[in-house]
Design a protein around this ligand. Sequence first.
Ligand SMILES: [Zn+2]
Length: 270
Amino acid sequence: MTEGPIAQRPEPPAHNRSVPGSNPGRPIFSRGKDVVDNFKHLIKLQDLDSNIKGISLFLEQIPSQINQIDRRIEESFSAVKKYKEQLAENQKRRRDLDAEVEDLKTKINKFQNQLNDVKTNKEYSSLLKEIDDAKNRVDDLEEEIITKMLASDDIESEIRSAQAKAEQEKQKLLKEKEELMEKSSEMKQKKQSLSQEKAEVEPHIPQDQLSLYHDIYQNNSGIALSPVTDDFCSVCQIRIRPQVINELKEGKKIILCENCGRILYWKNQS
Ligand SMILES: [Zn+2]
């Protein structure tokens, strides 16, 4: 059989022939272009917008996360700070004790010199008692000084171990911060390239569809499109009437969900 170009051309089934005016219900937003074709761009746009929105949300909370890390770094040194305060207090107390001991020793010397000059036994024994009391006081103070010195050794050792622990924690947190900042700059770049892609997609969408998309996007927390799967609007879960399903399958016009107002599309178009 010889092949002729005309004879071999498949004839479309009669019901599917594209005859001007044969479509029931004029496409409401399509201007000559196929709505199905535009939908690919709308779906792409929604996808880009959703990704951009997700990245923006991620980027928005970066500064507070960084603040939190800085705060945790500071907190990890709080034990060091506490022990250093204890040490300073200990040292101050020791200085006070040392000074008091010095005073008492001076006093004892003075009393001992006075012993040579006393005239009466009563004065003599009273002075001896003063010396004795002062010596006892010195013993008590020196004992406290030793206790403080031992405590100070313990505190210094606590400082060293708290410091090491804090440094370790700090390094871990700094690494976390660095990773977060890297991720942040990576996401900024990604957002930029998605925005660029968006700028390339938008001109493919007729202006009226684009405005409709933007209006719905703005008023519906960033979701303008809703795929219909298993006869349900996938955003609000309302059942879509069979007539509307048929119209969606035809893809000749833009149809909004009667319940949530999103632009519906038949899932197979995606
Ligand atoms: Zn809906």
